[in-house]
Design a protein around this ligand. Sequence first.
Ligand SMILES: NC(=O)c1ccc[n+]([C@@H]2O[C@H](COP(=O)([O-])OP(=O)(O)OC[C@H]3O[C@@H](n4cnc5c(N)ncnc54)[C@H](O)[C@@H]3O)[C@@H](O)[C@H]2O)c1
Length: 418
Amino acid sequence: MESKVKDPLLADEGKLSIEWAESRMPVLIRIREEFTDKKPLTGVRVGASLHVTKETGVLVRTLLSGGAEVALCGSNPLSTQDDVAASLASEGVKVYAWRGQTADEYYWCIKKVIESKPTITIDDGADLTASIHEANLGYIKDVLGGTEETTTGVIRLKALAESGRLRYPIISVNDAYTKYLFDNRYGTGQSTLDGILRATSVLLAGKTVVVAGYGWCGRGIAMRARGMGAHVVVTEVDPVRALEALMDGFRVLPMDEAAGVGDVFVTATGDINVIRKEHMLKMKSGAILGNAGHFNVEISIPDLESISTRKRRVRNNVEEYNLADSRRLYLLSEGRLVNLAAAEGHPSEVMMMSFANQALCVEYIAAHGKELEKTVHSVPAEIDRKIARLAVESLGARIDQLTDEQSRYLKSWESGTV
Ligand SMILES: NC(=O)c1ccc[n+]([C@@H]2O[C@H](COP(=O)([O-])OP(=O)(O)OC[C@H]3O[C@@H](n4cnc5c(N)ncnc54)[C@H](O)[C@@H]3O)[C@@H](O)[C@H]2O)c1
């Protein structure tokens, strides 16, 4: 048995879905054409743990075009698009992914990817890389390097590197300008609201939306919620980011106070227990709780369970919790990232840039992995700039070029006040 997916018969549907994404991802398609010509990944075995979405399908096909073999598992138990998984499995990819996994099933899938003995890993959240390190298998010395897609994964892998235990180099795709400025901000901003709306279909105009965390994701969510007519409250622990939120025109409150005024709560911190029992006990009946951060630990589900007398599923992706005093709170997608669990994740246009970084970094690792120090590296600046240039072109826009005089001027110290 090479793959394990929910239903192989969904392959045709998945193929159409991947093709739809392809039509919106011209930069990745251009990289695919280069890969098809040069075959830079010949002999490379990629092991990937990614949200199995239609855009991931486009990335995987790009890696195959470069000559790689690919084994793929999900990076969240609730984010796999089963039709996409089926389609990729039918195209010769080893796929171990289906929507609605238990934690044991999720880690079984990661184990299957590890058994494919990847020479390059692609991770989103660092569960695959951490599992490879924990298993401490002999073949880890053959891994050329890996990439990491998200903020939380980068935090974990930097901690692993700082402890002196990182066994192969990692490129932090998350930290490319062409990733976090667009994916985390505009991607998460739009798709998180998309997830909340698909799950609940509530009116946002006039509601108070509390956004926990004013990082790259949080500011995208706050911006888009305001655009829908919501009153947005931001909570933060970092005074600089709180100041940015204030000057961007948002109200900033501690969660303790925000709890009583919010209609919809969205966490996007990468932190743990951001919404806890003491906050839940202050919330209005009907309050909706969703999370956009990587793990389902931002809203304390054990706390919610502990103060509830009854729980029932009232809609897809919506769990109603009855509190002892008859108030009701609504948890979206079991506290897992709502944009992927209740909607389709980021739009293809934004994943085009994130996954162009992934594809070019995999190519870079195939060529240079052996020379790289075993630590967490930035995306090479030339890759980041190439993607920005291609993405600008793909939007039909053009920019100016520095004249020779301007280039010289911008590198000089002699010219001052005239
Ligand atoms: N849903 C998605 O598709 C998606 C996409 C990208 C990133 N992510 C994930 O979203 C999370 C946030 O990513 P980011 O790039 O915005 O990170 P970031 O570091 O830019 O921002 C996080 C912010 O949260 C704040 N914060 C931390 N603890 C807090 C607390 N207890 N209360 C209030 N604020 C707190 C930090 O000060 C920081 O400003 C990460 O887990 C990341 O992996 C999810």
